[in-house]
Design a protein around this ligand. Structure first.
Ligand code: MLC
Ligand code: AMP
Length: 501
């Protein structure tokens, strides 16, 4: 029997007494204890009706148990589907109905809501709290600490991660065992990660970055993870002297730079700072090097593709670029209209092919066909160019997407909620530059009556239906939206108008 990810990431730690996860609130967990915990959780899942190939939806606090649940789902032969803890009922209803999990694990605070959504599917609901307690773990000690991992090939699914779409429904990106493992292997080698590393982990674990990039590389190398519940500047400053590695979104770095305690001496023991998920401003890169002596290593990835390119560990980490393709990954720059290769050094659509590229969108063959070519190239929606010496720069996005603090927000989703509000004629949502989050959401709204009254209704609708990070930070009420001769709203004009304020 083989189980591709389990055999490489988890089984090797069966007798490993090194610390895997540590945090300030509880005793550290060794790799050996982690393997036992995940085996026990796999028994809990089986007893709850979780079969090979089933999906498990997890919307729960960041805990050791949640990491072990990921490992448990893999060894039980299932598909792990984490969800942002900020999602509200309407958002959850869609994901759960679409993915049809057999088990859902949630925060005890949302048990009633989740139980309602689980009921039509007959899915089991288990709870997991921030201290590791809950019905998921209540009988853990009574479970056997060995579990025979289910047979899973490299091509079987291991993860289902939803990404929003420019034109409506969110899509579940199907990640195979090999998509995840091949990428982790490349990153461990490329970034020279070893068991001596001590990683600062302050990212959420419901996205590719904090889950697959950080934790799969940790499991593969056997390093020690300083597992923080969330980004907390003081906690990170306190951890830096005893750490060697950090992975973060650009907001981590701008916040660190805003603090006078960030000095060369503080990061003396650090080996590598990595940034991704959103553009790192060249000036942040330059300022960080000047202050600390460390050139941040910027890399580029997507939920559908895992990591695509990386600046070199040894060599020039070039500000404003995302480096070269990882081993085995191919990149092409094409004309967005014709799909033909553009001439050297010209801007075009970034397309990517390799073992890292996902298997398609869950039960959406048409969407898959639109973005994943028969040749295996995936159309990223990002615009870029490659320099003579092979460095990729991302210069824009062909997709109407805002990235705020590393979270993707599709304007259409917000516009749909706004346009539903009584008194709103139409709306346009854009991202404008923001010092902290990179981009901030602005909603430009045309109303047919008293703007104050409509604003109250908008507030209710947005608060009730969308996760907090998707809420516009600013509203502009206008008489009409700027349009081009084809009648299309000119979002670039709106972006320019409101960025200069
Ligand atoms: C929190 N808020 C946000 C936000 N995060 N608003 C917009 N964008 C965000 N990213 C809200 C909070 O709810 C709060 O609302 C207010 O903003 C201020 O919160 P805060 O305390 O300052 O935020 P904080 O908790 O410190 O979080 C900021 C952050 C966090 C940047 C540290 O968002 C984060 O960890 N982001 C990482 C996202 C990530 O992992 N992305 C990877 C995707 S994978 P209120 O109510 O107080 O006003 C991917 C592929 C790849 O992209 O290449 O990696
Ligand atoms: P997600 O769908 O959350 O996986 O986000 C993927 C998107 O994040 C990519 O398509 C890019 O637009 C963006 N992204 C990731 N890394 C970088 C980076 N280093 N620089 C610029 N954009 C990035």
């Amino acid at each position: 029997m083989t189980n591709h990810l389990y055999d490489h990431l988890i089984a090797p730690h069966h007798s490993n007494d090194d610390v895997f996860l540590e945090c300030s609130e509880r005793d550290p967990l060794t790799y050996r204890e982690f393997v036992r915990m995940s085996a026990r959780l796999a028994h809990v899942l089986r007893a709850s009706g979780f079969d090979v190939g089933d999906r498990i939806v997890v919307q729960a606090p960041k805990t050791f148990e949640m990491v072990a649940l990921y490992a448990a789902a893999l060894q039980a032969g299932g598909v792990f589907m984490p969800l942002n803890t900020a999602y509200k009922r309407d958002e959850l209803a869609y994901f759960i109905a679409d993915a049809r999990p057999s088990v859902i694990v949630c925060d005890p605070a949302s048990e009633v809501t989740i139980a309602e959504l689980a009921e039509p599917l007959g899915a089991a609901v288990l709870t997991l709290d921030g201290d590791g307690s809950g019905s998921l773990t209540a009988n853990l000690d009574a479970m056997p600490d060995e579990f025979a991992a289910a047979d899973r090939t490299a091509h079987d699914l291991a993860g289902l991660l939803y990404t929003s779409g420019t034109t409506g429904r969110s899509k579940g990106a199907m990640m195979s065992h090999d998509n995840l493992l091949s990428n982790a292997v490349s990153l461990v080698e490329g970034w020279q990660i070893t068991k001596s590393d001590r990683l600062i982990h302050a990212l959420p674990i419901f996205h590719t970055h904090g889950l697959f990039v950080a934790l799969n590389t940790a499991l593969l190398s056997g390093l020690r993870v300083n597992f923080m519940a969330k980004f907390d500047l003081d906690a990170i400053i306190a951890a830096l002297p005893n750490s060697t590695l950090m992975m973060g979104v650009p907001t981590f770095y701008t916040r660190l730079l805003s603090d006078g305690r960030l000095t060369k001496e503080l990061v003396d023991g650090m080996r590598l700072f990595i940034s991704g998920s959103a553009p790192l401003l060249a000036e942040t890169h330059v300022e960080f090097t000047a202050r600390t002596g460390h050139a941040i290593l910027e890399r580029y990835g997507m939920t559908e593709t895992n990591m695509i390119t990386s600046n070199p560990y040894v060599g020039d980490r070039r500000a404003g670029t995302v480096g070269m393709p990882l081993p085995g990954v191919e990149i092409e720059i094409t004309d967005p209209e014709t799909g033909q290769l553009v001439k050297d050094d010209q801007v075009g659509m970034i397309e990517v092919r390799g073992p890292n590229v996902f298997k398609g969108y869950w039960e959406m063959p048409e969407k898959t066909a639109e973005e994943l070519r028969d040749t295996g190239f995936f159309i990223t929606g990002d615009l870029g160019k490659i320099s003579d010496d092979g460095y990729l720069s991302i210069v824009g996005r062909a997709k109407d997407l805002i990235i705020t603090g590393g979270y993707n927000v599709y304007p259409k989703e917000i516009e749909d909620v706004l346009n539903d509000v009584d008194g709103v004629i139409e709306s346009a949502v854009v991202g404008i530059p923001d010092l902290d989050f990179g981009e901030a959401i602005v909603a430009v709204v045309v109303v047919d009556t008293d703007a104050d009254r409509v604003a109250e209704r908008i507030d209710d609708a947005i608060t009730g239906r969308l996760a907090r990070f998707k809420h516009p930070r600013r509203y502009e009420f206008v008489g009409e939206l700027p349009r081009n001769t084809m009648g299309k709203v000119q979002k670039n004009v709106l972006r320019e108008n409101y960025s200069s304020d």
